[in-house]
Design a protein around this ligand. Structure first.
Ligand SMILES: [Fe+2]
Ligand SMILES: [Fe+2]
Length: 481
């Protein structure tokens, strides 16, 4: 009996201790898993992660799972995130929503050999607490002449099925992603990026935050922790989205900035010039391919015909800083392949294709009306440049559709049927009359591109089956480009 009592006491003690240790478990120091960015992916990689407090951290890395090398992370504060003012939801005025400081650790891994697998593990430190992360791996960019694979995507914005489409993409094990803008809906709403205690999220979107979708690693899915992403900003990367609806705000350049996007993806924008007139573009080389990422998007805070009509920031007129940079960038690139990622759909179906991309001026005959004497700079400035410099592909977003055009040897691809789509079946074609080679909006999809000894080949792949039952997951519906 005494033995039985002793045993029972031991069991009870174990239970009490287990409960106590669970209660005392330190809260997580981190908001996100690590993510990878690089402007020199053949030799260096930035490992970034977001933390709740100002912490220290380091990354261990090496050519085998044993790691071996270590680099300290640098701490940054991301300014501009806001949480909900009340548990019930957001006040539409960001001024009434409290700021939430979010911290970012960045460890720069340098001097890496090209085309090699690198294992890594991030550790976060605060006081006595040390939080050791999961071990992941990535591959540095291949050397010229070697094969690589990448995927095209855009417009996540917490849309339905986004998580499923991203998961499917993660299972394809690509080397990198070119993401053509519109990551979230309203950048300052921190609850759109990741979960924060007490921060209201729309119930239907609660499991579709940006990092939740982009960091899925279940069922052998490899996304942001495993590969660099090359982003460009879309209209939804403008910090304060009220410029899209508030006419008075929209006319003041001070209300246009890209600070949260540029802070989150800091290594792509080392100059951190957030405002109008800043540098919101970059380029990088990956094996045989040169990648140029530019900032082209616009919005109509007014009716398209009412002056001042569509607003275009980051001008793409022939003499603009962005076009001058792109001209120099593309002309000096010696890579066999060239690719441009930008948000605005420079050729697509839809009513908004009928408004030229240039600065609107008041019609002298009727000052209430807008006219565009500059013409369409996408068509008249960017397109000839792409053709002259032998750009192979341009991927963009915004319409949330799958369309691929082939114009004078350049592929224009919107591979953005990740969630909803904004295409009516009877939408007009582009004013040029050019029609897409492939248009497929009956289901979610991704585009996968492979570069190898057979050249550059791309496939549009079905990522989910809709209620209409069309096709099957993994079906190839768009072939070689
Ligand atoms: Fe979008
Ligand atoms: Fe957009």
């Amino acid at each position: 009996m005494r033995k039985l009592l002793t045993l029972a006491t031991l069991v009870l003690l174990c239970l009490v201790m287990t409960t106590a240790s669970a209660e005392q478990a330190a809260p997580s120091l981190i908001y996100t898993e690590p993510y990878l960015l690089s402007l020199h992916p053949d030799s260096e990689m930035n490992v970034l992660w977001l933390t709740r407090e100002p912490t220290e951290g380091y990354v261990e890395y090496g050519p085998t799972p044993a790691l071996g090398s270590r680099v300290e992370a640098k701490l940054h504060e991301i300014k501009g995130f806001r949480t909900s003012a009340t548990p019930e939801g957001y006040d539409p005025d960001p001024a009434n929503n409290p700021e939430l400081p979010v911290y970012q650790l960045i460890a720069k891994l340098e001097g890496l050999p090209s085309g090699q697998v690198v294992y890594y593990r991030a550790t976060t430190l605060q006081g006595e607490q040390s939080q050791v992360g999961k071990r992941y791996f990535f591959k540095t960019a291949t050397q010229a002449g070697e094969a690589f694979d990448f995927a095209l995507l855009s417009d996540m914005q917490m849309k339905v099925k986004t998580k499923e489409t991203m998961h499917f993409l993660g299972q394809q094990h690509k080397d990198f992603i070119l993401f053509a803008g519109d990551l979230s809906n309203t950048p300052w709403k921190v609850g759109e990026w990741f979960d924060v205690e007490g921060c209201w999220q729309a119930p239907a979107e609660a499991d579709r935050t940006f990092f939740e979708c982009f960091q899925q690693d279940n069922d052998n899915s490899r996304l942001m922790q495993y590969m660099p992403i090359f982003f460009c900003p879309g209209n939804h990367e403008v910090d304060d989205q009220r410029v899209m609806t508030d006419k008075e705000m929209a006319v003041n350049d001070d209300n246009w900035s890209w600070s949260i996007y540029m802070q989150l993806f800091r290594p792509l924008y080392p100059d951190q010039e957030y405002g109008v007139g800043g540098k919101h573009w970059y380029s990088a080389n990956y094996g045989d391919m040169h990648i140029s990422s530019i900032n082209v998007h616009r919005w109509q805070s007014w009716d398209g015909f009412e002056y001042p009509s569509w607003i275009t920031k980051d001008d793409i007129s022939p003499d603009s800083a962005q076009v001058q940079w792109l001209n120099n960038d593309l002309s000096s690139a010696s890579q066999k392949y060239k690719w441009v990622v930008m948000h605005w759909h420079m050729v697509n179906r839809g009513d908004d294709a009928w408004f030229p991309v240039s600065t609107a001026v008041a019609d002298p005959q009727d000052s209430a009306k807008a006219i565009y004497p500059g013409g369409d700079y996408c068509w008249d400035v960017l397109r000839p440049m792409y053709e002259a410099y032998g750009v192979n592909g341009v991927n963009y977003g915004h319409s949330h559709v799958y369309e691929r055009y082939l114009i004078n040897g350049v592929n224009y691809i919107e591979a953005a049927t990740i969630g909803n789509n904004y295409r009516a079946v009877n939408d007009p074609y582009h004013p040029s009359g050019i029609q897409p080679v492939v248009e497929e909006n009956a289901f979610r999809s991704v585009m996968l591109v492979r570069v190898d000894e057979n050249g550059m080949n791309a496939r549009g792949i079905q990522a989910s089956v809709e209620d209409n039952g069309v096709g099957y997951i993994g079906r190839e519906f768009d072939g070689e480009c």
